[in-house]
Design a protein around this ligand. Structure first.
Ligand SMILES: CC(C)(COP(=O)(O)OP(=O)(O)OC[C@H]1O[C@@H](n2cnc3c(N)ncnc32)[C@H](O)[C@@H]1OP(=O)(O)O)[C@@H](O)C(=O)NCCC(=O)NCCS
Length: 183
């Protein structure tokens, strides 16, 4: 079992006891719906998707639970997926479903651990993130890790009744190693 130890958070694979709380975040429009395209209608579908994710690089299912080390509680989840059918990069996504855990640097620490893990265990040369232009916390999180804003896709994401622009961010393996970003 892969466990990624940080200072304040630990990333570990989800276990069935985590599923109800994490699944609940997918039904909370404020928490995840605007920013994530992973749609699961039922708890059974969710459970199956989490279990099957290990065999599917394109899966949008959560791959690690984010556990606060001080409280021993799961407050979030992170994932990664092959985002394009042809281009060879991996995008990361991240959510702190527990709103009380936000704004303390736990999200950035979680994503840093995830990216260290991706570069250490896969051959990927670029890790990306796509952030709704209105999701300031999301894009500032990756900017603080040294990601570059590579461009903006116009009208690329539909939610809340209208189209939204999306910022494309990326960091290369060489940049990650050179900057040794810490946040
Ligand atoms: C995005 C998210 C994971 C950020 O986690 P977090 O732990 O609160 O973020 P951090 O404390 O690590 O802060 C990261 C940066 O965002 C900024 N930030 C955090 N919350 C913010 C907010 N509400 N508004 C504006 N900026 C914010 C922080 O100041 C920091 O930037 P800085 O270092 O330049 O000052 C969290 O807000 C969340 O779960 N949002 C809902 C799900 C989502 O949108 N996920 C991203 C889609 S992939």
């Amino acid at each position: 079992m892969t466990v990624l130890e940080g200072t304040r958070v630990r990333l570990r694979p989800l276990v069935p006891a985590d599923y109800p709380s994490v699944f609940a975040w997918y039904n909370d429009p404020e928490t995840i719906a605007p920013f994530d395209r992973f749609s699961v209608d039922t708890f059974d579908e969710f459970s199956q998707a989490v279990t099957a994710a290990a065999e599917d690089p394109a899966s949008l299912a959560p791959r690690f639970a984010v556990e606060r080390k001080d409280e021993g509680r799961v407050v979030g989840a992170v994932g990664h997926y092959r985002a394009h059918p042809v281009l060879e990069y991996t995008d990361v996504w991240y959510v702190l479903g527990d709103r009380a855990a936000r704004g303390q640097g736990l999200g950035r620490e979680s994503v840093r651990l995830l990216i260290d893990h991706l570069f250490a265990t896969s051959a990927v040369e670029r890790v990306g993130a796509t952030c709704d232009t209105e999701n300031v916390a999301s894009y500032r999180l990756v900017e603080g890790l040294g990601f570059r804003h590579e461009g903006t896709l116009r009208s690329a994401l539909f939610h809340h009744g209208r189209w939204h622009d999306v910022r494309v961010y990326g960091v290369t393996r060489a940049e990650w190693a050179a900057k040794a970003p810490r946040g």
